[in-house]
Design a protein around this ligand. Structure first.
Ligand code: ATP
Ligand code: MG
Ligand code: MG
Length: 379
């Protein structure tokens, strides 16, 4: 049988492997962690660093195609692999997504509005930042996720201090925008350039981490939703992207749509598709890699996704306690996904709970019950 490979052994790789295996593929994972969520359930687990040439050669020799689940996998590793087997998305597209300065330049080139911003790589650039960008958020250009590597600044003095705090690495300062809400779109683009997408999902972040995603017809006003889908497709087309791409957006209080960032892989905000759509984001990933047909997924249920962070294991104190799954699973339409991570830690993504229902009201009511049982604040 054919084998599909993934660089990175986290939960996204694990759910990719589930989808690939369901469709009859063998899976291979490259991740140095012997206990990685994806490595543990795959047919092959290569335990080396992402940039180890021997590990990459071994992965290539095992696989008919390779993808990545880890945003910060070195683009050079992908480029090295590409000489040995088909790789999607391409190193070039991943490199753009890995660097906020390049990412913003790509948005501008595609004609998709993004936050007013300035690239800060030198003390001179820092001194020249226009005050119109303040208050703002200083973000490291590379390696940030879940709100890490970001400092909110009010004044030029705070900005200067924040740049020092972040280690004087290349950064992007973004103007702080007045958000009404956030949404995102999952696009899949095939080798032939054909695209399909999931319905636009509405996201609630807490402390810089995705907490809740809600999806149902009309949850994002239709005109905004089609604008978001169009923007996401033009961003994917501009990268000649092959694979699954998530595009995150802000909707401002005046109703304008502004792109935030992209993730070159399935995304936490698309997890609801596992239970609420007839094709999940992970099946789309398998299809793009394997050159299988892409069909437009259909949302068949209203959905709410609750992220299950490690904090929920510590609602009783400092000793980790298993959350009350039995009570949660009594609820109609509750689908529990756990990533098989060995230890719960604060802020660590341990799993998610998808709630599906026939109506948005029912999905929300059940999700609020689940949240109350788990110690998640109401939304
Ligand atoms: P992810 O885990 O999604 O990759 P990240 O660390 O890359 O997160 P961002 O998406 O850049 O972080 O920002 C995290 C959150 O901070 C956003 O979802 C939004 O709630 C808020 N935020 C970021 N930039 C701005 C901005 N310019 N104006 C207002 N809020 C912002
Ligand atoms: Mg990000
Ligand atoms: Mg983000």
């Amino acid at each position: 049988g054919a084998t599909l490979g993934v660089l990175g052994g986290g939960q996204l790789g694990r759910m990719f492997a589930h989808a690939a295996q369901a469709m009859g593929y063998f899976t291979a994972v490259l991740d140095a962690d012997a206990d990685s969520p994806a490595g543990r359930i795959s047919h092959h687990h290569i335990r080396t660093a992402y940039d180890d040439p021997d590990g990459l050669a071994q992965l290539a020799s095992l696989c008919d195609a390779v993808t990545t689940e880890f945003e910060n996998v070195p683009a050079v590793a992908l480029a090295a692999l590409a000489g040995q087997c088909p790789v999607a998305p391409a190193a070039r597209a991943v490199a753009v997504a890995q660097d906020r300065a390049q990412e913003k330049a790509h948005f501008v080139a595609c004609g998709v509005p993004c936050a007013p911003h300035a690239v800060i790589e030198t003390a001179e650039q820092l001194a020249a930042v226009p005050t119109s960008l303040l208050p703002g958020i200083l973000k490291t250009a590379r390696l940030g996720y879940d709100g890490k590597g970001q400092v909110r600044v009010q004044t030029a003095a705070e900005l200067a201090a924040a740049w020092v705090q972040l280690g004087r690495v290349p950064c992007v300062l973004e103007q702080m925008l007045p958000l009404a809400f956030e949404c995102s779109v999952i696009v899949a683009r095939g080798h032939d350039g054909a695209t399909v997408h999931l319905p636009v999902q509405r996201n609630l972040h807490r402390d810089g981490i995705l907490a809740v995603t809600e999806v149902h017809e009309g949850n994002v006003p239709p005109a905004l939703a089609s604008q978001a889908v169009e923007a996401a497709i033009s961003i994917a087309n501009g990268l000649l992207y092959v694979g699954v791409l998530c595009v995150e957006f802000f909707v401002l209080q005046d109703g304008r749509l502004v792109v935030n960032e992209i993730a070159p892989r399935p995304h936490n905000s698309g997890h609801y598709s596992q239970n609420a759509c007839d094709v999940s984001q992970f099946e789309l990933q398998v299809r793009t890699m394997a050159g299988l047909p892409l069909v437009q997924p259909r949302l068949h249920s209203a959905a709410v996704m609750l992220n299950l962070l490690g904090d929920l294991w510590f609602t009783q104190g400092d000793t980790a306690q298993t959350p009350p799954w039995e009570a949660v699973l009594q609820l109609p339409g509750a689908h529990l996904h756990l990533y098989g991570k060995s230890a719960a830690k604060h802020g660590r993504k341990m799993g998610h709970l998808n709630i599906t229902a026939a109506t948005p009201e029912a999905a929300r009511a059940t999700a609020l019950q689940a949240a109350a049982l788990l110690g998640i604040a109401p939304f």
